[in-house]
Design a binder for this molecule. Structure first.
Ligand code: IPE
Ligand code: IPE
Ligand code: MG
Length: 239
């Protein structure tokens, strides 16, 4: 048994990347300066996750509510996403990472959607890890679209609707096919879900840290994995 196999490694680690604005303010800079530095943390955590044997790393990059931020900040965030997609192809391929975007893609520009589709297609065959970026995503949006789909699917079929179970509902969520997060990390000291994965976090372990996202690098990621390995997950049962 190798060193890593002795520890319990979460299959799916999810991160609410928070604190970019405060990180910039601490340095007397504009909020976007923090977002730019946050991109480096994305790269570091992706590498750390691959190295640790995590199979899914998912990142909350932009919420439906974040559309309500000043236009200049929203534009910069979308541009950073475009840049990262253009720049990181090689790193993803070299590390065996498949790239997936989940969210309300209708609200994204055609240009960004094309870039996303391109990277998703290019990395589709990679099998070491899946990197999920949640863009224009919110938990309530996902639950609502799944509920509507369930209603459409069983229109005129009351027995089918009655028989619908959690597994069927799962298959209609935007996250279908991706296992629920084992570990959810939130940086910057905030201890809330902010409309992220509401259904999928039913039995997720939560990890809160005061570290601001631009400072959350490999060592901090590994510390979260160490803490996860010490958690006792019971799923409502007794041992
Ligand atoms: C996280 O940092 C990035 C996004 C939500 C897009 P914030 O921009 O929320 O930074 P704070 O919370 O204001 O410090
Ligand atoms: C959550 O952070 C959304 C993302 C990290 C993408 P926010 O900064 O938007 O959350 P609140 O406003 O502090 O709850
Ligand atoms: Mg924030």
């Amino acid at each position: 048994m190798t060193h890593m196999e002795e520890k319990r490694i979460p299959q799916h680690v999810s991160i609410i990347m928070d604190g970019n604005g405060r990180w910039a303010r601490e340095r007397g800079r504009e909020r976007v300066y923090g977002h730019k530095h946050g991109v480096e943390s994305v790269r570091a955590c992706t590498e750390a996750a691959v190295e640790a044997g995590v199979k899914y790393l998912s990142l909350f990059a932009f919420s439906e509510e974040n559309w309500g931020r000043p236009e200049a900040e929203v534009t910069t965030l979308m541009e950073l996403m475009m840049d990262a997609i253009a720049r990181e192809v090689r790193t993803l391929m070299d590390n065996g990472v498949r790239f997936v975007v989940i969210g309300n893609r209708k609200r994204l520009s055609d240009k960004l959607n094309q870039a996303i589709d391109g990277l998703m297609e290019e990395t589709a065959g990679q099998q070491r890890m899946t990197l999920v970026v949640f863009l224009s995503y919110s938990g309530k949006w996902d639950l609502l679209q799944a509920a509507k789909e369930l209603a459409r699917r069983h229109a005129g079929d009351p027995e089918g609707l009655e028989a619908a179970d959690a597994a069927e509902f799962d298959s209609l969520l935007a996250t279908a096919g991706i296992p629920d997060p084992d570990l959810l990390i939130r940086t910057s000291g905030e201890q809330r879900i902010s409309n992220f994965l509401l259904w999928q976090c039913a039995y997720t372990e939560f990890y809160f840290t005061d570290i601001l996202w631009p400072d959350f690098r490999k060592e901090a990621f590994r510390a979260a994995l160490e803490e996860f390995a010490r958690r006792d997950r019971r799923y409502g049962k007794v041992k």
